[in-house]
Design a protein around this ligand. Structure first.
Ligand code: NIG
Ligand code: FE
Length: 408
């Protein structure tokens, strides 16, 4: 037999493959090995079963744990300014909805984002992205939605694409034109939705700037009817959809999203049984955002027991945004998903790897340590995977492999 030639080999590790085809929690291989070739995982399994092969480089994981590279499936990390003042207002009693209705909230970030040129948006977003990456994130989704006019929406998406090209991380972009009503369309939401569907989304799609389309279906966002028009326009351009659904009220957004085969429905604090059933039937991922729940001091917990019982895959993401979730720690979200939402540490980690990949339409490509998958790995100085969700403020990251290459 000819020995296989690998680019690199990782040993001295427990490998949390997150592969459901492997027995046991986390798909854990206690004394594992991972071989990498051509940017893909060539082999993963017990070191004792490693086929004969030669690697150009052999790396020790130092007795730690290897997981798939983390995936943050829901962020709004490109924006101008911040909303610390609004944080102060909320602490004196104002609610998120009251602030939004008074012209603050998303509208205030829209004004600051419109005023920022691409270089300024890049300079503001890059540290946020790097903070996520420093915790082992190898893929991140970034939404538009703070421009709400063609020029600024496209600028945000171009900045997101630039971040993906200039940082060793994959950026998946989502067009969120239907995030809020811009001031120039005040009182005319249907006219704004027309504008999105016939102008902005068309240009965004033709320029190849978006990988998916999202909307905010809620009392301070858009109605299900308006959302559906956006979904139809997305479908006409061959773009998959996702939805901010059931965050503040039950608008049956998840049912609508499922009807359009959405990749994900996100937030879901007010999700009803009909929504749970619809997501299960459609195979739509429920993206849980404990940072927004926590920062808004929400008391309605997403129906995790019912989602679990129905077999709905649950992802966990930061929702990094200046208003409801100024969060740049996905590890903290794993902890909060467990403590606040009662996920198990294994579910939380699957939510930031395998299920997060699926929420981005990338489930066949990443999110597990399995032969054939992209070689995106995080190597941790921990002795068991539950430590990732257990500790707060610790960052045990030892190394990151992106597309087979060790990231500096
Ligand atoms: O995902 N819910 C709507 N959108 C964002 C919040 C955006 C903002 O407040 O700036 C979210 O929580
Ligand atoms: Fe969001």
């Amino acid at each position: 037999m000819t020995d296989t030639a690998w680019d690199s080999l990782w040993i001295d590790a427990a490998v949390a493959t997150l592969d459901p085809d492997r027995p046991g929690a986390y798909g854990l291989v206690p004394d594992g090995a991972v071989a990498v070739a051509g940017g893909r995982i060539a082999w993963a399994g017990p070191r004792a079963d490693l086929p004969p092969g030669a690697a150009r480089e052999t790396h020790s994981a130092g007795g730690g744990v290897i997981t798939p590279g983390l995936i943050d499936a829901h962020t709004h990390l490109v924006y101008g300014g911040n909303r610390a003042r609004e944080f102060e207002l909320r602490l004196t009693g104002a609610t998120y909805e009251e602030i939004a209705r008074a012209g603050g909230g998303i509208a205030s970030t829209v004004a600051q984002t419109r005023a920022a040129d691409a270089d300024s948006l890049l300079a503001q977003a890059r540290p946020r992205l790097r903070t996520l990456m420093a915790e082992g994130v190898t893929t991140v989704e970034i939404k538009s939605g703070y421009g709400l006019d063609r020029e600024t929406e496209m600028r945000m998406l171009r900045v997101a694409r630039t971040l993906g090209k200039t940082e060793p991380v994959d950026v998946i972009t989502t067009f969120l034109g239907a995030h809020a009503l811009p001031p120039e369309f005040a009182g005319r939401p249907d006219a704004y939705i027309d504008h999105i569907c016939t102008d902005v989304l068309v240009q965004v799609a033709e320029a190849g700037l978006a990988d998916a389309v999202d909307a905010f279906c809620d009392t301070i966002g858009f109605t299900p009817e308006q959302t559906e028009r956006v979904f139809k326009a997305a479908a006409a351009h061959g773009l998959p959809v996702k939805l901010h659904a059931e965050q503040l009220s039950d608008q049956k957004g998840a049912v609508l999203a499922a009807r359009y085969g959405a990749l994900s429905a996100d937030h879901l604090e007010c999700l009803g049984d009909d929504g749970v059933a619809a997501l299960a039937a459609a195979g739509t991922v429920a993206v849980l955002l404990p940072g927004a729940f926590y920062c808004l001091r929400d008391t309605r917990v997403p129906p995790v027991d019912r989602l679990r019982a129905a077999g709905v895959p649950m992802a966990v993401a930061t929702d990094c945004n200046p208003g409801s979730s100024p969060v740049t720690s996905l590890l903290l979200m794993l902890n909060m998903a467990c403590v606040l939402f009662r996920l198990t540490p294994e579910e939380a980690l699957a939510g930031a790897t395998r299920h997060a990949a699926r929420a981005l339409g990338l489930g066949d490509d990443r999110g597990m340590v399995r032969a054939g998958m992209r070689a995106d790995l995080a190597v941790w100085d921990i002795s068991e995977p539950a430590e990732l969700a257990y500790a707060i403020g610790a960052n045990p990251l030892r190394a990151v492999v992106k597309d087979g290459v060790v990231r500096d």
